[in-house]
Ligand binder design. Structure first.
Ligand code: IMP
Length: 440
């Protein structure tokens, strides 16, 4: 029995989808606790009914939905666009998966149509200070939650409460939209009836998910708390303001799912073997050269939600060290090691140089960060193995890994004094090497 949190240690897109799916196999309950449909988890899944390998892109529903007999929970800390959620449930049903095992917190906030409009207008207005958002209305939904203008799932089941809230909110939003001269206008009636309809369609999923999760924990069930985005997109700990609007770190796994922090047993950080970033802001180890293009192409580094090309660079251990600290990692999974294959030499940043000063800790000031140059440690690379060759390595186990790869992953683990749990060498679940005692 364990309550386990999975967190991205970089800028999201570390391959958490695959790793969550890997751990989901052992878990009874899988919970999303923050973010919304700005996330995109690609899961390559073997359908137990047909034996066929299928590819799924899930944005807000936890990956546990694909597993029969497991509970998939959208916790109170998540923000949900109900139209998009219904598209996902319909897509799953069409593919032959049931959704009776989906539960949505009655306290989760709803992304309203005006949040999408405001997200686009505000991000544009911010210019260079904009995070380059996914335009899914995430920021404005969290803004309203904190300002107590939010509409929660319990509200769309209650016509009286919904009406009272919309009477207050809609005129205020109208005035706000006028500031942008965008010509957008809102209809209170349309908003009311569409939300009531969503409430009717989603009614059976909406419940007190905190109670559900705590009861499962009491019964000794295994719970997986699935983080979205990454530590450096956290609204407190990321490169502010180039962040998302939620806390993506492990601490929020408790708040966002309604369990106590003392109930969490393990915090697993997913570390991509190199760095990628979608959106604006400084990326100290970014490679705007042939190697960057090599990683982009070979790693298929395009955003799962927006399709944008990701900015690629060397591994940055200043970032990962910071993540290990603020998440209290108990173990790591290193992903995409196969993508680095074929590069003669690899680099990883161990510190930054800021005007001749050596910086070991990730700075809060984005101007300082933008002026930092990485201080690298170099490593010899390993061959560009074919899928079959990686398959053989996985079958034979750790002993058959190239020594250069072992040196690289040992370095990562040692730098943050955290044991390795898994090594991932391909996108499919079985392309994974389990590391029994944390050592390679
Ligand atoms: P928002 O979350 O849509 O507000 O976007 C804020 C920033 O977070 C932008 O730079 C996005 O590109 C980034 N972002 C949001 N979600 C993800 C994700 O799941 N993976 C990677 N980056 C993300």
């Amino acid at each position: 029995m364990a309550v386990r949190v999975i967190i991205g240690t970089q800028w999201g897109d570390e391959g958490k989808g695959k790793i969550t799916d890997y751990y989901a196999e052992k878990a009874d309950v899988i919970v999303r606790f923050q973010g919304g449909n700005n996330a995109g988890h690609t899961i390559i899944f073997q359908n137990p009914a047909t034996g066929k390998t299928e590819k799924f892109k899930l944005h807000v529903i936890p990956s546990g939905i694909l597993h029969l007999g497991k509970k998939a929970v959208i916790g109170n800390g998540v923000v949900v666009d109900p139209g998009k959620l219904l598209e996902e449930t319909e897509g799953l049903k069409e593919a032959g998966y049931g959704t009776d095992n989906l539960y949505i917190s009655d306290r989760a906030n709803i992304t309203m149509p005006y949040h999408l409009i405001i997200d686009a207008l505000e991000d544009k207005m911010k210019g260079k200070l904009g995070a380059g958002t996914t335009q899914r209305g995430i920021g404005p939904t969290y803004t309203d939650k904190a300002a107590r203008y939010g509409i929660r799932f319990s509200d769309i089941l209650d016509r009286g409460v919904l009406k009272e809230k919309l009477d207050l909110i809609v005129p205020y939003k109208q005035k706000y939209l006028k500031l942008f001269d965008s010509g957008e206008s809102l209809s209170k009636q349309e908003l009311f009836y569409s939300m009531i309809e969503y409430g009717n369609k989603l009614r059976n999923y909406i419940t007190d998910t905190s109670k559900l999760i705590c009861n499962e924990i009491k019964k000794g069930k295994e719970v997986l708390l699935e983080g979205a985005q990454g530590t450096h997109l956290d609204v407190d700990h990321g490169i502010y303001p180039y962040t998302t609007s939620s806390n993506t770190v492990a601490g929020n796994a408790a708040t966002g799912s309604g369990i106590g922090p003392t109930m969490i047993d393990e915090v697993i950080g997913v570390v991509k073997a190199y760095t990628t970033r979608v959106g604006g802001g400084p990326v100290p180890t970014e490679l705007e050269d042939e190697t960057g293009n090599y990683l982009l192409d070979k790693g298929k580094e395009y955003g799962a939600t927006t399709g944008r090309a990701r900015r690629c660079g060397w591994l940055d251990m200043v970032m990962v060290r910071y993540s290990a600290r603020v998440n209290g990692l108990t173990g790591i999974v290193i992903t995409k090691l196969d993508v680095l294959g074929g590069l003669e030499r690899l680099k990883a940043a161990v510190s930054y140089d800021y005007n001749g000063e050596r910086i070991m800790d990730f700075p809060a000031n984005m101007r300082i960060l933008a002026e930092c140059t990485p201080v690298y440690k170099e490593f010899p690379g390993w061959p560009d193995y074919s899928e079959e060759q990686w398959g053989e390595i996985v079958r034979e186990g750790i002993g058959s890994l190239p020594k250069e790869l072992k040196t690289y992953v040992r370095f990562i683990s040692k730098e943050i004094n955290t044991p390795i749990k898994l090594l991932s060498v391909g996108p499919v679940r079985h392309q994974t090497i389990e590391v029994k005692d944390g050592r390679v």
